[in-house]
Ligand binder design. Structure first.
Ligand code: ATP
Length: 358
């Protein structure tokens, strides 16, 4: 297939196995994100794809051609792999201007490629910087130039390692949106490393979630967010509320009500996970829940307006004589007073249930 295919990759540094049977594909025009905590092996996988690290086990094919095979030791040199690279610390050449930086990797700088550089600079809002030197550009502008430099030789595959992590929050959102539009237009197959779940959700067609060198789950952003396979994946996307319970007749009773626990045996200990947006509150007398919904009393311990939504901490009885602080996400900024009483209930469809010992 076109794009990149990595099959059953294993890699060790000394005795430490850092990649254990990892596979991924990214086709033309598709963006695959490697998402996972620090040290889970994302960068090593990208370096193997680029040929910057020797492949020990598995196979890598780019544009349908095998470029590395662990069993035979076959390996195509990095510059012959048809990949573009943009790593976090991949600085621009300081002595070349913007145009020269982008043109650097182009084998034949003909009229068509010159026009491509001009058009791309225009699309990225950088036309007037074509002859500027890198140190005169902002961080966001430098990132855009670095992206164009990686794409200029028209690689079949683009490898990006945390490409936006050096930018501040506002600039990051803008640059990644522009970059995404540009990448989609170019039709290149992209593999991008990030440890930011929001960035992965925003950018990816496919997310490969890794932990300790293994793939834990792979799927679309919707699949990974709404159908996480375990507690690790659920919590990777942000704080969750946990309630424990024991299953009886495919149901589990918790301090926030009774949840369906299909597929679990009687007596199994489970944990019910609820994202902050799956918990609802009603200040006394307002926005009452539908009839029959199980509510518990809560007390507001803190409120944090975030702009388009707010994050609240609500204290409820934990069902064992103690207290539990719940994370609650509400739309808007109309917030109950700290210390006030609220009714609290959970969205039963928003609950994820896993074995407690997982
Ligand atoms: P981060 O998000 O922090 O960049 P990562 O998921 O990209 O992390 P890697 O950089 O691939 O993780 O590292 C995976 C593991 O391999 C880590 O334990 C790291 O310390 C180790 N490692 C990486 N490169 C080397 C090396 N050259 N020699 C020895 N160990 C290494």
């Amino acid at each position: 297939m076109s794009g990149i295919e990595m099959k059953r990759i294993r890699h060790a540094f000394g005795n430490d196995m850092v990649l254990d049977d990892v596979s991924l594909v990214s086709g033309p025009g598709k963006l695959t994100c490697l998402l996972g905590p620090s040290g889970c092996g994302k960068t090593t996988l990208l370096r193997l794809a680029a040929g910057l690290e020797n492949l020990q086990q598995g196979q890598i094919a780019i544009q349908g051609i095998t470029v590395a095979d662990g069993a035979s030791g076959f390996s195509v040199a990095p510059e012959k792999r048809d990949v573009g690279l943009m790593f976090q610390d991949y600085a621009l050449f300081p002595h070349l201007n913007v145009f020269e930086n982008i043109a650097f990797g182009i084998e034949k700088l003909n009229a068509e490629r010159r026009q491509w550089i001009k058009d791309s600079l225009e699309q990225m809002g950088l036309s007037h910087h074509a002859y500027s030197y890198p140190h005169t550009l902002s961080g966001g502008q430098q990132q855009r130039v670095a992206l164009l430099r990686a794409l200029a030789p028209e690689p079949g595959v683009l490898l990006l390692d945390e490409p936006f992590s050096g930018l501040d929050v506002t600039r990051r959102a803008q640059v990644r949106e522009e970059a995404l539009t540009f990448l989609k237009q170019s039709g290149v197959a992209v593999v991008m490393v990030t440890h930011d779940p929001e960035e992965a959700m925003f950018m990816a067609d496919h997310i490969v979630i890794m932990n300790e060198g293994r793939v834990v789950q792979a799927g679309t952003p919707v699949q990974t967010y709404f159908h996480p396979v375990n507690g690790f994946v659920t919590e990777l996307f942000g704080p969750v509320n946990r309630c424990r319970g024991v299953v009886a007749d495919e149901q589990v009773k918790t301090q926030l009500g009774t949840f369906k626990a299909s597929g679990f045996k009687n007596g199994s200990e489970v944990v019910v996970m609820l994202r902050p947006e799956a918990i609802f509150i009603s200040p006394d007398g307002e926005n009452a829940p539908a009839k029959g919904v199980h509510c518990v009393p809560g007390r507001v311990s803190s409120t944090h307006p975030l702009g388009s939504s707010s994050h609240l901490h609500i204290i409820v009885d934990d069902g064992n004589g103690g207290e539990q602080t719940l994370h609650v996400r509400t739309p808007g900024i109309s917030l109950p007073a700290v210390g006030s009483s609220v009714k609290v209930w959970a969205d039963k469809d928003g609950a994820f249930i896993f074995a407690a010992n997982e």
